[in-house]
Write a new protein. Structure first.
Length: 251
């Protein structure tokens, strides 16, 4: 079973990560958000720091890709097109940035921005503007190269649009899929060796696909109003968690 234990991970840890990938994918599919950040936290305590962001991104690519594929008929392609333009810009800038901002500054900024996007005043049902969609792609893709799980921030942008629960889920998953593809390209470009992690990643993605399928079955049974309430509460809790982590970083 050595093929399943890269970077000197033990078998029990590998099995734990596979199960965690399934549970967090279920959580994201059923409730719309949160699984990626939870998985990042779980992986942070089990795998080498140097591998955390790229490996997490590859697993999330599979998870979000499966969710986008399973809900493809509900994707808002106009959002994806503009988000893609921004994402390419953000990835290009991020790939050449050498100096990283202090972690606590990023945590505070992302958390405050999430809270504003979710709870700030909205002019009726006006959707995110075209420049706003491009900015969302650029800003979040740049950040994901340094902090990993920007799902709550992307969700905050997507939430500004007047989507149904399935449109919200599918469009969010598509944005995240694109973002993780670009992340994988950037980390490959800078020399990260994905190959030794592939067997574990493949099994984590397979577990995530099962979790996604079960979660989407539950999603269809959640009333739309209740779904939006749960969605906003989860994003808010994740933002508050970022603030707490930022405070701990400073202490």
């Amino acid at each position: 079973m050595e093929w399943l234990t890269p970077a000197n991970l033990d078998l029990l840890t590998s099995v734990f990560l596979i199960l965690a990938a399934g549970f967090t994918s279920f959580m994201t599919a059923a409730l719309g958000i949160g699984g990626g950040l939870l998985l990042l936290a779980l992986m942070a305590s089990t795998i080498p720091v140097a591998a955390l962001i790229p490996v997490h991104g590859l697993v999330q690519l599979g998870s979000n890709g499966n969710r986008a594929l399973m809900t493809r008929q509900h994707i808002d392609w106009s959002m994806i097109k503009l988000f893609s333009i921004g994402a390419l810009i953000g990835a290009a800038i991020g790939s050449v940035v050498v100096v990283q901002l202090p972690l606590y500054l990023i945590q505070f900024a992302v958390a405050v921005f999430i809270l504003f996007l979710v709870w700030g005043n909205k002019p009726g049902k006006q959707e995110l503007s075209k420049p706003g969609r491009i900015f969302a792609g650029a800003f979040t893709t740049f950040l994901t190269l340094f902090v990993g799980a920007t799902g709550p921030l992307v969700a905050g942008f997507v939430h500004r649009n007047n989507y149904s629960k399935l449109q919200l889920t599918s469009t969010f998953a598509s944005c995240m899929t694109l973002q993780h593809i670009l992340k994988a390209v950037v980390f490959t470009f800078v020399g990260f060796a994905f190959f030794e992690w592939l067997p574990l990643v493949i099994l984590m993605v397979a577990s995530g696909a099962l979790g996604t399928w079960i979660g989407l079955k539950l999603l269809n049974k959640i009333p739309a109003d209740r779904f939006k309430q749960i969605f906003k509460i989860i994003i808010t809790l994740l933002a508050l968690r970022l603030i707490w982590q930022g405070i701990q970083t400073l202490v």
